[in-house]
Design a protein around this ligand. Structure first.
Ligand SMILES: Nc1ncnc2c1ncn2[C@@H]1O[C@H](COP(=O)(O)OP(=O)(O)OP(=O)(O)O)[C@@H](O)[C@H]1O
Ligand SMILES: [Mg+2]
Length: 353
């Protein structure tokens, strides 16, 4: 299994440094997901690993080889682009076979590989069709198949599901995970969809403006975000943020609520700015809860609903099971389990509480 080792990598377009001194060790056989907002440099990083962008500084090793300046075809990587990039005049079978033909593979071996990829991606009945005669999901499966036939040790995928509708995305997401289980190769997968990241990744890399914010398992990134950027980017609806200060007597004081600080924070200097953050699914509503709010909007989602509330000017959301039993404009009481709260300092770094 092939590891990808990136050291002190920078990538510049003119004066614009898109990737800044990035270190990343992709383990052999892992499903690594690059997650981050639009423009943070995900595609740039992926294209650079594939050899499609010149490197401004640092190095990239693929397996034991220094691939920093290697030709794309010499890197042993396969790439699936966001746009399918299929050849419109070729059939599915010819599309799958094309990279192998270019590599002058003997016909028998070529046929075997194409048949195996077609079976794995359930393309058998479609082999004689042209891309124009396929649905979006089928086209994307062909694009993945074309990367798979080469049996690349490292597969790079740039938002391969982003053009598909919700149902197909979910189906293909499962297929991709199964495919990875069967191939056992190293996958580096770019997305800005955090559900995809959470469900597919062995580890997630959260990026912001060309800098890695955190690398961790989906659970680590979700439950122990390193800073407010990560906390805010992972999870939907976004984590609730309540700005306040350290008050007298070990209290956290904000316009929306006042509560005792956890023991680990109780000795922090009075007046220090802190942010309390709570995931929407950790909020409770109902009589007996300590804080007051007014409901602004209720969004039913079938199996659950989101309640958007305002508490002294701070917007707070709660995700609750089942159908809504509250109405817009109503006064409610809300609360949460203090053990589930996250705390951040004035620089947005999480404080272990
Ligand atoms: N060839 C290029 N020349 C100049 N600037 C570029 C080039 N390619 C990308 N950039 C810039 O680099 C930054 C990162 O772009 P990139 O495509 O890597 O973002 P991304 O994270 O993939 O975003 P998205 O989620 O929207 O696809 C952007 O500011 C973009 O404008
Ligand atoms: Mg991109």
């Amino acid at each position: 299994m092939t590891r990808v080792h990136i050291q002190d990598l920078s990538i510049r377009f003119g004066n614009h440094e898109v990737i800044k001194g990035l270190d990343l060790d992709v383990h052999g056989g892992e499903f690594l997901v690059l997650l981050g907002p639009s423009g943070c440099g995900k595609s740039t990083l992926l294209h650079t690993i594939a050899g499609l962008n010149p490197v401004s500084g640092g190095s990239i090793h693929i397996g034991e080889r220094d691939a920093t300046h290697a030709e794309p075809s010499q890197r042993g990587v396969g790439m699936v682009f966001q746009s399918y990039a299929l050849y419109p005049t070729m059939t599915v079978k010819e599309n799958l076979a094309f990279p192998l033909k270019m590599a002058r593979m003997p016909k028998a071996e070529l046929e075997k590989r194409v048949a195996a990829a077609a079976e794995m991606l359930q393309l058998g009945p479609l082999l004689d069709r042209r891309p124009g005669q396929l649905s979006g999901g089928q086209r994307q499966r062909v694009a993945i198949g074309r990367a798979v036939v080469r049996e690349a040790k490292v597969l790079l995928l740039d938002e391969p599901l982003s053009n598909l509708d919700a149902k197909l995305r979910t189906d293909l997401r499962r297929e991709l995970k199964t495919l990875h289980g069967r191939l056992g190769n190293t996958m580096i997968y770019v997305t800005h969809d955090q559900v995809e990241a959470m469900t597919l990744a062995t580890r997630i890399v959260v990026m912001h403006q060309g800098v890695i914010q955190q690398i961790g398992t989906p659970a680590e990134v979700y439950e122990k975000p390193k800073n407010l950027r990560v906390a805010g980017f992972v999870g939907s609806p976004a984590i609730n943020r309540i700005e306040g200060r350290v008050g007298e007597g070990g209290l956290f004081v904000s316009p929306a609520l006042t509560l005792p600080l956890p023991t680990a924070l109780a000795s922090r200097p009075q007046g220090e700015a802190l942010t309390l953050a709570v995931r929407p699914e950790n909020l409770r509503l109902g009589a007996g809860q300590p804080f007051a709010a007014e409901i602004q909007l209720v969004e039913p989602l079938g199996n659950q609903h989101v309640v958007w509330m305002s508490s002294a000017g701070t917007t707070v959301s709660a995700v609750l099971p089942g159908q809504p039993a509250v109405e817009d404009g109503a006064r409610v009481a809300f609360g949460f389990d203090a053990a589930k709260a996250l705390w951040f300092d004035a620089d947005g770094e999480r404080i272990e509480a």
